[in-house]
Design a protein around this ligand. Structure first.
Ligand code: AMP
Length: 419
């Protein structure tokens, strides 16, 4: 019997391959996790950082059998191939090598799947070529994902490799939400539309929320707030995304750690004309030097709250702008959905910052929303409700787990499951 991830235990015949390696390849980093899909436990996790620099670092942690202290390697790791080989050596040292017959597949996080990829997909040459064709709309992300896939294929050419796309969950958005109101021929010629990102997280969290509420997700209307260093909101009706705050790129929408989120597009050509900035300079300004860091110099919400509590005005202004935008999206998505069953907080800020949750929901009683101060103060890694019993709409904190979702989707596609 197969069971969707997060809903009980998957039964796999013991002799069949049951491990999945999840790879998340960034421009200068590779994150990896090896999972046992029989009980969805993590066997080992690791991170290779600063690839290509003299100060590269690999941190590897064995978690199986009670775990072990993290191991570290430092010194130049030239490229993704070396990074993955180093990771494979660390796994092999723990008896979890990539040559193991227990490995069923490698699941890759791929940021942009365009309109073509609406589901996790086994990677063929043709699929890889299509991911390459999407590089112009995801220049920062897809090239690194492609390098990760190629390297993994070279290491285990016989093994199924699966791409799980950040955009896939959002492909159900109606045209009214997905299209920008610009000249339609220009938009289509350059594939300009709203794709949305963090889809793996929004999908996982919506399903876990349905479990928390004990109701079928087909019945539920949810506003999901993924608040990490990158941040996005989505409106989910009956388990399908109907709107999301990120657009052509992950720059649109909420105020983020270093990204501006929504601005008047005229700001860009104003900066070109008046400040003489180039397109690349404005790209860096809006993606790396804006958001919380641009407003107050810090992008870590813990530090910002500490400064707010000390009376720092810049930090207070940054916090207020962050919350104002969040409220706007909660209101907008309540209107898009018509009826909301739950507002759900997830990711680094959403899971950990009680002040952000309190401030975002404050004053929304007319929308049926309220937060119970005691429940909101509880720190826990478990999905939980933080709204009072009387509230018409549930407010929940549901920790996200993108790696588990990628592993689950990968295994569901290729795993030889005992029926
Ligand atoms: P993520 O991108 O989901 O890993 O989230 C990272 C962000 O979560 C950090 O930049 C912090 O702003 C925030 N964060 C992590 N831990 C806490 C915490 N205990 N309290 C408030 N914010 C936190």
């Amino acid at each position: 019997m197969t069971t969707p991830i997060g809903e009980g235990t998957t039964t796999v015949a013991p002799e069949l391959p049951h491990r999945v390696l999840v790879l998340n390849s960034g421009s200068s980093s590779v994150k990896y996790q090896l999972l046992d899909m029989r009980d969805r436990s993590r066997l080992a996790v690791g991170l290779v950082e600063r690839i290509g620099e003299e100060t590269s670092r690999l941190t590897h942690t064995l978690l199986e059998g009670g775990g072990a202290e993290p191991r570290e390697r430092t010194g130049r790791i030239a490229d993704h191939e070396e990074a993955l080989k180093a990771a494979a050596e660390e796994l092999a040292a723990d008896g979890l090598g990539l040559d193991s017959p227990e490995l069923a597949a490698i699941g890759h996080r791929v940021v942009h799947g365009g309109l073509r990829f609406t589901e996790p997909t086994v990677i063929t040459d043709e699929v890889l070529a299509e991911i390459e064709r999407l590089v112009p709309v995801a220049p920062l992300h897809n090239p690194a994902n492609i390098t990760g896939i190629r390297t993994a294929q070279a290491l285990r050419p016989d093994l199924p490799q699966v791409a799980v796309f950040d955009t896939a969950f959002h492909t159900t958005m109606p045209e009214s939400a997905a299209r920008y109101a610009i000249d339609i021929e220009t938009a289509d010629a350059h594939r300009i539309r709203r794709y949305g990102f963090h889809g793996t997280s929004h999908a996982y969290v919506s399903r876990r929320t349905a479990e928390l509420l004990g109701r079928p997700r087909e019945e539920l209307s949810l506003v999901v707030l993924h608040l990490g260093n990158g941040a996005s909101a989505s409106a989910v009706a009956g388990g399908r995304c109907v709107d999301t705050s990120m657009g052509l790129t992950p720059l649109e929408g909420l105020v983020m750690g270093t990204r501006s989120g929504d601005i008047d597009p005229a700001v860009t050509f104003h900066l070109m004309r008046v400040a003489g900035m180039s397109a690349d300079e404005i790209d860096v300004l809006l993606n790396k030097k804006s958001g919380l860091v641009g407003l107050c110099g810090d992008n870590d919400m813990r530090e910002i709250r500490r400064r707010v509590d000390e009376g720092d005005e810049r930090a207070a202004l940054a916090f207020d702008i962050y919350i104002h935008r969040l409220k706007k999206y909660i209101g907008a998505y309540s209107a898009v959905l018509g009826r909301v069953d739950a507002v759900v907080f997830t990711a680094g800020v959403g899971e950990n910052s009680a002040p952000v949750r309190e401030a975002a929901i404050a004053g929304l009683e007319e929308l049926g929303l309220a937060v119970d101060a005691d429940l909101n103060a509880v720190r826990s890694g478990e999905p939980r409700l933080i709204s009072p019993n009387y509230a018409r709409v549930a407010v929940a904190v549901v920790p996200t787990d993108e790696e588990l979702e990628i592993a689950g989707q990968t295994f569901a596609l290729v795993g030889q499951v005992d029926n």
